[in-house]
Design a protein around this ligand. Structure first.
Ligand code: BG6
Length: 296
């Protein structure tokens, strides 16, 4: 299977009437799968295996997508759920390497689509260095993401990974993230200084860029403006990242409109820094996250 299949060929092979169709994305270069399931709608690009939209029935859209996002090869898409792998942020010892790894800017192979009850499950695969990746996305009343990594090389090796989820919020200043209390974090706005979060919730009043390398607990985003809570459950994921660029950094980003920084928060599930994963040859590791929206 190759990722360069046309929407028409993908529709013939994998399309499911009224539930799954493939189309060219804006600009015509990238291909995406559009899900119209019984319990949710969604969009996933083959490029980066990036979930771009998710909306369970009866709720507002859960994910943020920039109005100025680039949809072209070589550049990441700003919003949705980019996959960071096999490193997070800058690659150690290689300042020229792309931020957040290589798989968010490559076309993945579409492997399978199936209905499971009210859910539509999509599998995509790719390879990076000596790893094979299988990404399984289940669009339903909940969104469940599973990333399985297998070491196909002859030596033990280590990687970092993250599901860099952009959550749509009504207003970042009123948004709270719960579950981080007592956990150590690396503050990227303070040159990676280590501190411990004293209190719950985390509130936002300035640029926030924190890696909690050993934070395996679940998190909750509280959004009074949208009258909802978003639960983020984690499996085999020992790190959490929280990011909002705030106004000055946002203006420097050409793929984000100037007012958009206030309408998202990234809460990222991963295995980073102290929690990087080491696999022996042929070994696999699967991390997962489940996102649930509740009205309050
Ligand atoms: C976050 C990082 O996860 O991603 C931030 O902690 C970074 O430091 C942000 O700025 C966005 O990264 P990028 O490469 O998508 O602009």
């Amino acid at each position: 299977m190759t990722a360069t299949l046309s929407p028409q060929a993908l529709n013939e092979q994998y399309g499911i009437p009224h539930t799954l169709r493939f189309e060219s994305a804006p600009g015509g270069r990238l291909v995406r799968a559009v899900v119209t399931g019984d319990a949710a709608t969604g969009v996933i690009y083959l490029y980066g295996a990036q979930v771009a939209e998710y909306q369970p029935v009866g709720h507002k859209p859960v994910l943020f997508m920039s109005r100025q996002a680039h949809y072209r090869e070589g550049q990441p898409i700003r919003g949705g759920i980019p996959i960071c792998f096999p490193w997070f942020g800058r690659k150690e010892g290689e300042p020229g390497a792309p931020a957040h790894g290589t798989v968010r800017t490559k076309n993945w192979d579409f492997k399978a689509a199936r209905k499971e009850g009210d859910n539509l499950v999509i599998d995509l695969t790719t390879a990076a260095d000596h790893y094979e990746l299988l990404y399984s996305v289940s669009f339903g009343a909940q969104l469940t993401l599973k990333l399985k990594v297998t070491n196909t090389g002859p030596f033990a090796s280590s990687f970092e990974e993250a599901l860099h989820t952009y959550f749509a919020v009504s207003q970042i200043r009123q948004t709270e993230v719960l579950g981080l209390k007592g956990h150590e974090y690396l503050d990227k706005t303070q040159n990676f200084t280590r501190s411990t979060q004293g209190a719950d919730p985390l509130e936002f009043a300035a640029e926030t860029d924190r890696i909690y390398p050993t934070m395996a607990d679940n998190c909750v985003i509280r959004d009074p403006g949208l009258h909802r809570r978003i639960k983020i459950e984690k499996g085999n994921a020992h790190s959490t990242v929280v990011w909002n660029p705030w106004d000055e950094k946002a203006v420097e980003m050409d793929d984000l409109a100037d007012d958009e920084w206030a309408t998202f928060v990234c809460v990222e599930t991963g295995n980073i820094a102290d929690s990087k994963v080491t696999l022996e040859p042929t070994q696999s590791h699967e991390m997962s996250t489940t996102i649930t929206v509740e009205k309050v």
